[in-house]
Structures are given as structure tokens and as C-alpha cells.
Ligand binder design. Structure first.
Ligand code: PEP
Ligand code: MN
Length: 647
């Protein structure tokens, strides 16, 4: 039942109420909302609703209508985010706004095999290593795994690459051994979904559990199994859709992607999807992983094997590392559409220079006020547990702060899909010679018109925003030609301005995050000209900091992009010859910008983004060779960074 508390409930009354519920063996979950505080209570004893309603301090009681209780949305409104720490101390969260990928071979076959797969999937962006040491098979004649030896290799590989280990448990007898090898996440296989004794035992460990849906189970049955885990003691259950049995035989199972959306409303638990065991056709797996992300899944789990033809199990369900790498880049591109980004293993370290705060976290500077899009980009790229966003007054302050080491990184917008380049930042790169690019992230920008709580659309006379906010909402503003438009430093500055001036005629264009932060009302939503409104931000850092990381990318994801700035020689064919360096290598120039050089009439420098072919070998070596050749053909050149493009 859900017990809604009276607003004026005293501490004594609350203690009385919880003591009463505890005395009847109820498990409680208190949720403090803005409007009301509720206690969700589940237990075996059947209490009369009116009996609880009579207890002082209780406003009303709503019975939980579902047969599963702790797994239901009624018990807990906000999403559960499962936290798993890796060997580098980074916390991987499943169920937040980042997509996670778990990957590995179906079964650990040898030390060499698991180390090789772990290295490759980590580099492509997996954050969990998943493989079986003990493999319950549907046939007694297939490979059952290496057993304890497999657990040992899994642990070694997981630790080396910062990937927490997920492994299947088919029998409670294995619990002590799996605990000894520090298994991070237990997987209950589809075949064991209704092995209730096993669920109770594994649930009581309090560790995260991936619960796979049986191919014959309804979603309600899946949630009843989750209820066994939750009521036994773990709060960290991740549901996994892996295909159900239908009359269709052209795929191994039928991947039930609508389950993701249905589960979202029934439960607060994170949901991931395993396209490998559902589809069972190698070349069709990556597309279904993308479909899973598009359906709103919190992550995907796929079987990856370097040599599936020789795999001792799961051959046809496994994709090869190259497919996985491509799949991860595609997911990376899709994530912003879903308002999400992809989790990566962090490989940076904290700077020791003078800092603006004594926080042990990385300090990441952005320009604007709380709620700015750049602050959201920081939240996407870094993890809240590892980074603190530092608000500064301008883009050049952000560059300055990373140049002098008072912040570790900066997050700056560089281009927008509707409005083009953010020229100031191109210019800042030429001003701050020691600042380089360490990474990039793309955000889907959605604007709203925000006004005072008491205002309505007809009151508006003046609208404040960053010029980009105006530029991206042109069509909407054209319908209100009488409004005066006033530029602000950032959209969040505009929102703050409107909130702090008691005039109903003012409005700001900014994100709905700003509405919440500054207590404003959303007068119109999604007013951008085109839903394809994306801003690409780059993460900047001092060259010193990037060098210290010895060419290691900021996150454990393969770099695929390099940025150069150069000035050409003052001779005919100079630009043509320079660009020939990229053409010769068949490299795709995704962006070429030219900017005037101050004080040198009609002279420009160029900024170029180049996609590097990872297939052509070491990306850093390729960039070094391009750089050497550019040095020869240009007047001046700087390699701004080799990084993974988050697009
Ligand atoms: C597995 O995940 O390797 C597996 C055997 O899957 P399922 O339990 O979904 O069949
Ligand atoms: Mn498998």
C-alpha cells in the first residue's frame, strides 16, 4: 500500500506509524515529493486500509494494485539507478541518462580469449564484461565453461580494463566461489527466471542482478521474479529482454521491444536488451541493438567473439569485434536523439594544480549560469561522481581556466546543426595556444519560451536569449513580430534575468531545465525551428594535461577524429595542396572553417575536422604523419586534438 502522509505530520506521529508497520513486518520506502510525502509499504500481513488510515498523521492510503509490489512504480516513482564501481573507482550507473553496453564472449574459453575480447570491447565503449564461466546449457553435450578457472580469468580481464564483471549463476552452490572472485553483477539466465530458490539466494547477496526474461514469461511473471530478488534484499535488479518464443521461426526468438516501454510504466527498474539471444543471426544483431536504444532501453548486452566460427558456444549469436565497434559508434550517434549519451570508462586522472575549489572531483568549466546547455553537456559527458561543473562568465574565461590549470577541463559549444559555427570558440583556439581538444559530445537542443509563473503568452513583449537561441527559433519568433529581442550571455542568464525581474512582459528562450531551476513557467515548448537541432560541444584541456595522459583518450573509446588549425602559404594552390594531404589518405574532412587573422589584412587561418580511418592502423601515428606533412606545406599548423567524436 502507498500511505500519503499529512503535510503537518509530527516526527512522533511518523515514528508511531513506521513502528506500527515494522511490527507487522512491512518493508518501507519513503518518497519525499514536492507536493506530498508518501511511504510505500509491502508485507505479507493483510492490513485493512481503513485501519492504517485511522493512524494519526495519515492523509489517505492507496492499495498497490499489482501482484508485484517492490518492483512496481506505485512503490517507487523515480527510476532506480543501479551503481557499479569498477577497478578504477569509477561508478557505472545503469538506468540514468546514459546507455551502457555489456559485452563479451558467450563463455570464457581461455585466458587469451577473454583478455583479447575485453581489450577490444573496452576500447569500443563497453562498460561491463559479460561472459559465463559456468554455462547452463540447453543440451548436456555442449561446452559448459571453464568453471573456477573461467572466473579467475574474468576477474583479471575486468580489473585490467576497468570493466565490472557480469556472469551467469545457475546454482546457489556457486555463490561462495563467485563471491571469492568478486563477481560484480550476477546474471540469472532465461532458463532460471522462475527458479525461485535461486532468486531468493542471489537476491540476499545485495549485489546487482541482471534478470533475463524467460522466453515463455509474460512481463508480469518477469516482474514477479524481480520481486523475489528485491524482497530477498537487493535493490539493484536490471531487467533484460532477450526474445520470447512465438510462431515465427526465422529468428531464434522474437525480440519483444515493446516490453521496454511497457516495463517503463510498470516498474522503476532499469531495462536492458539482449539482441544476440533474441535474433540469433550475426549480421542482424547490431541493427536490433540500435532498435533497442531507440525503444528507450537503458543498455544493451551482446555476445562478442573474435572468431565465432571457432566459438565453443554461442557461435551464431556472436558478433565480431569490428561489428561491435561500428555498432557502438552508431549507438553514439543515436543516443542524443533519445536525450541520452553513452557511458564510457574514464581513463583520466585529477590535476594537482591550484584549483578553484578543494573538491577532489575533476573541475569542468562552462560559460553561463546553472542550467546552461553546456552544463547539461558536462552531465552527459562526465559522471556526476567524477566531475563538478564550474560556471564562468565567458567562453574565453573557460579557455583561460584550463590554460592556467584552475579547472581540469572545459566544455564549449563549437557548432550547431541549424545555426552553424560558434565562431568565438574557433577564435579562442587561436588565442589560447596551449589548449587542445580532448573529446566531444553532442546534445539535442530543445528550446522553450519561459516566463513568470503569473504570465501568459499574451503578456509577452520582450524576449531574452543567447543569439543562438534566437537563431534556432526563428520560425516561432516570426509569428510574434511585435516582440523585442534582447541578447544575453547565455540562455540560462536570460532565464535568471526574467526570474529576478517581476515583469510579466518578459520571457526567455531556454531549456526546460531552466524553468525548474529558476521557477519559471513554460509558455511554449519545443519552439526550435527543426527537431534536428543539435549542438556539438568539445571538451578542452591544456596540452600539458593531455600529454600527461600519454595519448590516452579521456574515456576508453577509440579516437576517430582529429582537428587541425593551420595558415596556408601565400602562394597559388596553397590551400589545394594542403587539402591534398587529406585526399591522398582518402580521409573525410567533415568541417573546414576559415577565420580572419587579426591585424593581417585578408589573411586567414583554417580549422579542419578530419575523420580518421581506424582500420588504417594506429590513429595517433596517422595523425602524427599528417601533422609532419602539414608542417611542410603550411606556414603554421597545430594539431588541436585526437579524440572520439560523440556524434
Ligand atoms: C546468455 O546470456 O548467455 C544466455 C544463455 O542467455 P539466456 O539466458 O537469455 O538464454
Ligand atoms: Mn550467450
Amino acid at each position: 500500500m502507498v500511505i500519503v502522509l499529512k503535510k503537518d505530520i509530527s516526527n512522533g506521529q511518523k515514528e508511531n506509524l513506521t513502528a506500527f508497520l515494522h511490527s507487522h513486518d512491512f518493508k518501507l520506502n519513503e518518497v519525499k515529493g514536492e507536493e506530498e510525502t508518501v511511504i510505500a509499504a509491502v508485507g505479507r500481513v493483510k492490513l485493512d486500509v481503513s485501519e492504517v488510515e485511522l493512524i494519526p498523521g495519515v492523509q489517505r492510503v492507496i492499495p498497490i494494485s499489482r501482484p508485484y509490489k517492490m518492483a512496481s512504480r506505485e512503490f517507487k516513482k523515480e527510476n532506480t539507478v543501479v551503481e557499479i564501481k569498477n577497478s578504477k573507482g569509477q561508478i557505472i550507473r545503469i538506468g540514468g541518462n546514459r546507455i551502457v553496453a555489456a559485452a563479451g564472449p558467450c563463455t570464457v574459453e581461455s585466458r587469451e580469449q577473454i583478455m583479447r575480447v575485453a581489450a577490444s570491447v573496452a576500447e569500443s565503449g563497453a562498460v561491463l564484461l559479460r561472459s559465463a564461466a559456468f554455462r547452463p546449457q540447453s543440451s548436456p553435450y555442449t561446452f559448459e565453461g571453464l568453471g573456477e578457472e573461467g572466473l579467475k580469468y574474468l576477474k583479471e580481464a575486468g580489473e585490467k580494463y576497468g570493466l565490472p564483471v557480469v556472469t551467469e549463476i545457475g546454482s546457489e552452490n556457486l555463490i561462495p566461489m563467485m563471491q571469492d572472485y568478486g563477481v560484480d553483477v550476477y546474471q540469472i539466465g532465461a532458463g532460471n527466471m522462475q527458479n525461485f530458490d535461486l532468486l531468493k539466494k542471489v537476491g540476499s547477496l545485495g549485489k546487482p542482478v541482471i534478470l533475463k526474461r524467460s522466453y515463455t514469461a509474460t512481463l508480469e511473471e518477469l516482474l514477479m521474479s524481480a520481486e523475489y530478488l528485491l524482497s530477498a534484499g537487493t535493490e539493484n535488479v536490471i531487467l533484460c529482454e532477450r526474445g520470447i518464443r512465438t510462431f515465427e521461426h526465422s529468428t531464434r526468438n522474437t525480440l519483444d521491444l515493446s516490453a521496454v516501454q511497457v516495463l517503463r510504466s510498470l516498474t522503476h527498474l532499469p531495462v536492458i536488451v539482449d539482441p544476440s539471444h533474441a535474433v540469433g543471426i550475426r549480421e542482424k544483431i547490431p541493427a536490433m541493438a540500435l532498435a533497442a536504444v531507440a525503444s528507450g532501453a537503458d543498455g544493451v548486452v551482446v555476445d562478442v567473439h573474435p572468431n565465432p566460427e571457432k566459438a565453443l558456444s554461442g557461435a551464431i549469436l556472436s558478433i565480431v569485434p569490428e561489428q561491435f565497434d561500428k555498432m557502438m559508434h552508431d549507438i553514439e550517434a543515436l543516443a542524443p536523439v533519445m536525450g541520452k549519451s553513452v557511458y564510457h570508462i574514464f581513463s583520466g586522472e585529477c590535476a594537482k594544480s591550484e584549483r578553484k575549489s578543494d573538491s577532489k572531483k575533476l573541475l569542468v568549466a562552462y560559460s553561463g549560469k546553472k542550467g546552461a546547455y553546456a552544463e547539461q553537456a558536462i552531465g552527459r559527458y562526465f559522471d556526476a561522481s567524477e566531475a563538478e561543473a564550474v560556471a564562468l562568465d565567458s567562453f574565453s574565461d573557460v579557455f583561460q581556466s584550463v590554460a592556467d590549470g584552475s579547472c581540469d577541463y572545459g566544455m564549449i559549444p563549437i557548432e550547431n546543426s541549424l545555426n552553424g559555427s560558434v565562431y568565438q570558440n574557433y577564435d579562442n583556439f587561436s588565442r589560447f595556444e596551449d589548449v587542445e581538444i580532448a573529446g566531444s559530445v553532442t546534445l539535442n537542443i530543445r528550446h522553450s519560451l519561459l516566463g513568470l509563473k503569473s504570465a501568459s503568452l499574451s503578456d509577452i513583449k520582450t524576449v531574452y536569449s543567447h543569439p543562438q537561441g534566437f537563431g534556432q527559433s526563428k520560425k516561432y519568433l516570426d509569428q510574434h513580430k511585435d516582440w523585442a529581442l534582447v541578447d544575453s550571455v547565455s540562455t540560462s542568464t536570460a532565464a535568471e534575468f526574467v526570474a529576478s525581474h517581476a515583469s510579466k512582459s518578459n520571457a526567455a528562450i531556454g531549456s526546460i531545465v531552466n524553468a525548474e531551476i529558476y521557477g519559471l513557467k513554460i509558455l511554449a515548448e519545443d519552439i526550435e525551428d527543426d527537431p534536428g537541432n543539435f549542438t556539438r560541444f568539445v571538451v578542452i584541456a591544456s596540452r600539458d594535461r593531455i600529454n600527461k595522459s600519454e595519448n590516452k583518450p579521456l574515456f576508453n573509446i577509440k579516437p576517430n577524429m582529429a582537428s587541425f588549425i593551420f595558415t596556408t602559404k601565400n602562394e597559388s594552390g596553397a590551400l589545394y595542396n594542403t587539402l591534398g594531404i587529406f585526399e591522398k589518405r582518402r580521409l573525410n574532412l567533415t568541417r573546414l572553417e576559415s577565420r580572419p587573422i587579426k591585424g593581417q589584412l585578408w589573411k586567414s587561418w583554417f580549422y579542419a575536422d578530419v575523420e580518421i580511418n581506424k582500420e588504417d592502423g594506429d590513429v595517433y601515428a596517422q595523425c602524427a604523419s599528417i601533422y609532419e606533412e602539414l608542417k611542410d606545406k603550411t606556414e603554421e599548423v597545430r594539431l588541436l586534438g585526437v579524440y572520439a567524436d560523440g556524434r
